[in-house]
Design a protein around this ligand. Structure first.
Ligand SMILES: Nc1ncnc2c1ncn2[C@@H]1O[C@H](COP(=O)(O)OP(=O)(O)OP(=O)(O)O)[C@@H](O)[C@H]1O
Ligand SMILES: [Mg+2]
Length: 473
């Protein structure tokens, strides 16, 4: 038997060195509505289903019907588990008055009846309050904690309710007896719900990340540090457009935006601090989706991005060099260009009129040749450093109307350091997305249209990168 007990979430297990120490007592603390019940239910449900470890849920707060009903919403079928003898729900709503020993006996009986390996007490706060005399409360603490949990050998979660505004985690006792303390929090980023979990304490465990962002969208899921994953050489499969919208190349983003980017629209992709190039490139899947359908792609790269990097990303998505030479044009300013390449177009970087003409000529030539809608990806920072901000803005305004008339698509990339440009650009674009990092996890949200926060993950199961989103709820 492993000395670790899975928490029911892969991300959390990862940072906990495999899970909770077997037989340990964990305090799960948090304000109302932070996900304590969902987390605990998942711990028991996954334990019974995936590890054949029966569990007991002791509640002083909810009756069985309410609990079973709510948890069905997350896909946890406790009724079925109960029928197979792997789960027991102990509703102690009314027996609090019975006294400590009765309550403790009932818990022991339930644990023995299903040979429970996992136990949840929801909540210790209510239990402690029910026995007002501190003497009784201390008995609860010691008998329950040491006797039941340690002797029976259950890995146990003790829920501790933290009132809003309180700085303290629990009654002041259970945290000291406990082997581990987890704190669940709800907060806001830019006015949108954000959730995170802090590992306050975990005996005998090397913690790699102590704070993790999470969602309870379809069960508890924690997000560890975003990592690029190795690819296995798949070919990007195009996602078809709607009548009035271009697919973003990201199925989840299409749903979030009601079908994709409107045809003829301009998108502002605002990049926050600490988001790397490879990370925000996950949002340029629309460019891949155009290439995959034999449509042209025009790029004025951001500072720090060059043709080689773009070619390599495109090759990662399975595009052949022949196709890229036919459809991709990358505009680079004189002095930066070192080697000639069929995809490279050189620009002066001084006289905007001359450069605009060259850009438009290039676009027109390929557009006529292919007869396809085109996509423009423009690094605002690069343009601003060459033309100054005023001139850049004039060009971008032109781009917006051209894209609208021709029903093509443009994506403006705005790096951190251009904060002043945000309100102006926001007012001229149709869609405004922002990519941020928090506790190492990558997040995206819409300012136009307004959306909630979404976690970003890279799915490589098809061999090429597919960007996946998971809403924070
Ligand atoms: N059946 C459900 N379907 C979808 N979302 C739900 C469901 N039940 C709860 N939620 C969401 O999950 C959030 C947290 O739920 P949970 O009950 O786990 O929190 P909690 O910390 O146990 O709260 P409390 O202190 O009130 O017991 C709720 O605020 C709600 O937004
Ligand atoms: Mg609860």
């Amino acid at each position: 038997m492993s000395c670790r007990v899975s928490s029911g979430d892969r991300g959390l297990d990862e940072v906990l060195d495999g899970g909770f120490p077997r037989g340990s007592l964990i305090v799960l603390a948090g304000n109302p509505g932070t996900g304590k019940t969902v987390f605990s239910a998942q711990f028991l449900y996954r334990g019974a289903v995936d590890h054949n470890e029966p569990g007991v849920y002791v509640s002083f707060a909810e009756n069985k019907e309410t609990f079973y009903g709510n948890m069905m919403g997350f896909g946890f079928d406790f009724e079925a588990l109960e029928k197979t003898g792997k789960f027991r729900y102990l509703d102690l709503l009314t027996v609090r008055e019975a006294g400590v020993s009765t309550v403790l006996n009932m818990i022991v009986e339930a644990v023995e009846a299903v040979k429970a390996k996992r136990l949840v007490l929801d909540s210790y706060s209510v239990l402690a309050q029910a026995f007002e005399r501190p003497f009784d409360s201390r008995i609860v603490a010691h008998t329950l904690l040491s006797k039941i949990i340690r002797q029976v050998g259950c890995t146990s979660l003790l829920i501790s309710e933290v009132p809003y505004g309180s700085e303290r985690i629990g009654t002041g006792m259970e945290e000291f007896v406990a082997d581990g303390v987890l704190l669940l929090r709800a907060s806001e980023i830019d006015g949108r719900l954000f959730r995170d979990l802090e590992i306050k304490k975990m005996r005998g465990t090397r913690i790699t990340e102590s704070t993790l962002a999470f969602t309870i969208y379809d069960g508890f899921k924690a997000f560890t540090m975003f990592r690029d994953k190795p690819l296995k050489g798949g070919v990007f499969q195009p996602i078809p457009d709607g009548t009035d919208r271009f697919s973003t190349g990201i199925p989840d983003l299409d749903s979030l935006l009601g079908g994709g980017y409107p045809k003829g629209s301009t998108v502002l992709l605002e990049i926050d601090l600490n988001v790397s190039t490879l990370q925000y490139h996950l949002f340029l899947a629309s460019a891949f989706n155009f290439l995959a359908q034999d449509r042209p792609l025009f790029v004025i790269p951001s500072v720090g991005v060059d043709l080689d990097l773009i070619l390599n990303r495109a090759r990662d998505a399975g595009f052949a060099d022949e196709k890229l030479e036919r459809l991709l044009r990358l505009f680079e300013f004189k002095g930066i260009v070192l080697n000639k390449h069929p995809c490279l177009v050189e620009m002066e970087g001084r006289d905007t009129e001359v450069d605009i003409e060259k850009y438009l000529d290039t676009v027109d030539e390929i557009r006529t040749r292919t007869g396809q809608p085109v996509i423009h990806v423009i690094g605002v920072d690069k343009m601003a450093t060459h033309y100054g901000f005023e001139a850049t803005l004039r060009i971008l305004n032109l781009a917006v109307s051209m894209v609208r008339q021709r029903r093509s698509l443009a994506i403006f990339i705005l790096k951190p350091g251009f904060k002043n440009a945000v309100p102006i650009l926001n007012s001229i674009v149709d869609v405004h997305l922002k990519v941020v990092r928090e506790h190492g996890a990558l997040l995206v949200y819409g300012l136009k249209p307004r959306t909630n926060l979404n976690f970003v993950e890279m799915d490589v199961t098809k061999g090429y990168p597919i960007t996946r989103l998971k809403p924070i709820e």
